[in-house]
Design a protein around this ligand. Structure first.
Ligand SMILES: *Cc1c(COP(=O)(O)O)cnc(C)c1O
Length: 230
């Protein structure tokens, strides 16, 4: 299948999943995850109407941003961010979805103040007990939000999560459900609007749509299989 056909197929699957879930497809966006694919592939996706792309590594984002040199592209970081990479994020990214600790918020705030800009962020929530999963423990999130509210540089829009990697659909669903409930709870308790729920990837986006996702981070279903070892 060509890239155009793959994009068309995924867009149609998302539309159908929204229909099944009784949701308006306009409320659910697709964020293409271009990690491991070159800037030529990003350019092809731009020809298909895409302008936002997600990367999990800062260095890779920077290389593609420089290669494409197109200010209409919005780069999104979705991977674990080391504090010493904050400078590049402030320079090149429009949104960070992996805000998971206070130390990182502080480092971002400092750099953003220097750069005189704001950054859209999502708080990454750990929604399963899998060892390998990063993200903030749900019980820490409300107080974290209260602290970060004082940082004018950070615009917290909602939450991101990666569900447990399992074939058990109910376990996957519960991960998404947990984060949606946390969002509702935080909105009620803090009175902040947290409209964005970045949940769902190639293998589990239909479940994520059922559980209220507003943004699907899709890589392999759009771009093809990634090399196993990088
Ligand atoms: C790679 C990645 C994705 C996309 O995964 P696919 O299964 O290829 O759709 C989504 N979210 C995060 C955080 C990722 O690292």
């Amino acid at each position: 299948m060509s890239l155009a056909e793959q994009f068309a197929a995924v867009r149609e699957q998302v539309r159908l999943a929204c229909e099944c879930a009784g949701r308006d497809p306009q409320q659910v966006s697709i964020l293409p995850v271009s990690k491991t694919f070159g800037h030529e592939v990003v350019r092809q996706a731009m020809a298909l109407g895409e302008r936002r792309f997600a990367e999990n590594r800062v260095q890779e984002m920077k290389e593609k941003a420089l290669a494409l040199n197109d200010s209409s592209i919005e780069w999104v970081i979705i991977g674990y961010l080391q504090t010493n990479k904050v400078k590049e994020v402030v320079r090149y990214a429009s949104q960070l979805q992996s805000l998971d600790r206070l130390e990182l918020a502080q480092a971002l705030d400092k750099r953003l103040l220097q750069a005189g800009r704001q950054l859209d962020v999502l708080v990454q929530v750990k929604s399963s007990s899998e060892e390998s999963k990063t993200g903030m423990a749900p019980e820490q999130v409300p107080s974290f939000l209260k602290t970060v509210r004082d940082y004018d540089t950070l615009n917290v829009q909602g939450f991101m999560t990666v569900a447990e990697n399992t074939d058990d659909q109910e376990r996957v669903r519960r991960c998404f459900e947990r984060v949606r409930q946390l969002r509702d709870q935080c909105q009620d308790e803090l009175g902040d609007a947290l409209p964005v729920l970045s949940m769902g990837m190639s293998a589990d986006f239909a479940l994520a749509i059922q559980e209220g996702s507003t943004q699907l981070r899709i890589g392999s279903a759009l771009f093809g299989q990634r090399p196993a070892v990088r």
